[in-house]
Design a protein around this ligand. Structure first.
Ligand SMILES: Nc1ncnc2c1ncn2[C@@H]1O[C@H](COP(=O)(O)OP(=O)(O)O)[C@@H](O)[C@H]1O
Ligand SMILES: N[C@@H](CCOP(=O)(O)O)C(=O)O
Length: 293
């Protein structure tokens, strides 16, 4: 049996729209084993138990890329990450399917080739890069359509608190409400803030993080899709933390370098939003792993 474990990812981190993402300590495990049926899928909602399943689509894509016949397969999904909450559940499916097929055929593809295939499927590299490599990734698609990616170690002093609402935000809708153009001055704003943010996350410099993370490209528009955005932001502000919308939402991620402040954010958010999942997370450093039993 092949077992692929993939971390959840928090994309954008404010100013890094479609290019920056962080692997965090929440995981899904997906197994692949031979089956007498063409396809068996266990462990996910009925709506995904068919050939359109994203894990299977990625598995097939990798088999085709390798010019190998698609084997009969049983896929078992053990998912702890809620769907459509901005924690990269689609990236998990894609990376697991590609890595599952690659491992099935004894691993001919390196991670950079898996990243190219994963980005083609996901449409942007910000989730799939850290899902594959761990840590904080900054990526772009170059003129030859290859993905270039670099990774930063995030300071171990930083605490990440995921506040996961009990409602979804569709990535499609959250992309459709964005404007088509931005001004030169806003582009300069984004570039300068992004460069500084990446280094500040590495250093754990909360003063710079707090101001560099403030986005003009997507977060002001998407905040309107999250009814509790203002209240969650206020909770973080009261503890001197900062907050951004994770991926396309609805999860909001707090960052602080102060352990007591992290505890206070967790207790205040739990009181204010008793039906939400609140997780105190660390950075995943390994990315997707594969084991064969
Ligand atoms: N367990 C699963 N099995 C199959 N597909 C899944 C599963 N979890 C998520 N997906 C796919 O990922 C999509 C959600 O991706 P997306 O809207 O980008 O939200 P997220 O923020 O969770 O990545 C689902 O519509 C589905 O296609
Ligand atoms: N850059 C994308 C990231 C989407 O992440 P997800 O976890 O919500 O799928 C975007 O902001 O649309």
């Amino acid at each position: 049996m092949i077992r692929i474990k993939v971390p959840a990812t928090s994309a954008n981190i404010g100013v890094g729209f479609d290019c920056m993402g962080l692997a965090v300590s929440l995981y899904s495990t997906i197994t692949f084993e031979p089956s007498s049926d063409k396809l068996e899928i266990v462990g996910c909602p009925d709506e995904f138990k068919n050939e359109d399943n994203l894990v299977y689509q990625a598995f097939v894509k990798c088999c085709n890329f390798l010019n190998e016949p698609v084997p009969n397969v049983k896929i078992t999904i053990d998912n702890t990450i809620p769907v459509a909450r901005g924690l990269g559940s689609s990236a998990i499916c894609i990376v697991a399917g590609l890595k599952g097929a690659n491992t099935w055929f004894n691993g001919p593809l390196a991670n950079d080739e898996i990243l190219d295939l994963a980005t083609q499927m996901e449409g942007h590299p910000d989730n799939v890069s850290p899902a594959i490599y761990g840590n904080l990734g900054v990526s772009f698609v170059d003129e030859d359509q290859n993905v270039q990616t670099v990774h930063f170690n995030v300071s171990p002093d930083l605490h990440f608190i995921a506040m996961i609402p009990n409602y979804k935000v569709s990535t499609e809708e959250a992309r459709s409400i964005l404007p088509n153009e931005m001004s030169y001055s806003d582009a300069i704003y984004q570039m300068s803030h992004l460069g500084a943010l990446a280094k500040a996350l590495e250093l754990g410099d909360m003063k710079v993080i707090h101001s560099a993370i403030k986005d003009k490209m997507h977060e002001p528009y998407r905040a309107t899709l999250i009814p509790d955005y203002k209240q969650a932001k206020e909770i973080c502000k009261n503890s001197n933390g900062t907050m951004y919308i994770s991926g396309s939402g609805s999860t909001m991620m707090a960052i602080t370098a102060d352990g007591m402040a992290a505890d206070k954010i967790i207790s205040d958010a739990t009181k204010a939003f008793p039906d939400w999942e609140i997780h105190h997370l660390s950075v995943d450093k390994k990315g997707a792993t594969s084991e064969v039993d």
